[in-house]
Design a binder for this molecule. Structure first.
Ligand SMILES: [Zn+2]
Length: 164
């Protein structure tokens, strides 16, 4: 795992006080505070280079974060739907921003799943349901039906003419 060292005292324990991403989520700028000398410094992390984020799965195993896997999951959910590959990339960008803004070493697969669902829901409701049924791991059919009816209600609501 990648170690961040304080430029002042060379300690490797710090906390992240602020994170911003740029370049479509490919570069993350983090303000950090050294836990030893309390001084602040900035790091820039580029995905795929020094930056290593681990995904913690439900069984507590860790795998390196892989954008391609995320895209593959989205493509599966969007199969035969009117979602362009550009839209898929955009959803991935947004989800990555959520992730990189909040986590610097590891993130749960559940957080990534929820983030993707949030952004996918706006784009395509059927794809959303497909994705959710895999990621949210509905405990029974009732839960799935509840989610589906809620989405249908929303979709119908959107089709109604505005009153004002
Ligand atoms: Zn320090």
């Amino acid at each position: 795992m990648w170690l961040v060292r304080c430029p002042f005292c060379k300690e490797d324990k710090d906390k992240v006080v602020d994170s911003r991403s740029s370049d479509g989520g490919r570069v993350i700028r983090r303000r950090r505070q050294c836990l030893a000398c309390k001084r602040r410094f900035t790091t820039y992390e580029k995905i795929g280079e020094s930056f290593k984020l681990y995904v913690v799965k439900k069984d507590n195993s860790r795998v390196p974060y892989d954008r391609d896997k995320l895209i593959a999951g989205l493509q599966k959910a969007c199969y035969k739907r009117e979602v362009s590959s550009e839209q898929i990339q955009q959803i991935a960008d947004k989800a990555e921003e959520d992730v990189f803004r909040n986590f610097d070493k590891e993130v749960s697969s559940a957080f990534i799943g929820e983030s993707i669902m949030r952004h996918l829901r706006v784009v395509d409701k059927v794809a959303y349901i497909r994705f959710a049924s895999v990621y949210r791991d509905f405990k029974d059919a009732g839960e799935l039906i509840e989610e589906v009816s809620q989405v249908i209600e929303e979709a119908e609501g959107n089709g109604q003419p505005e009153l004002f």
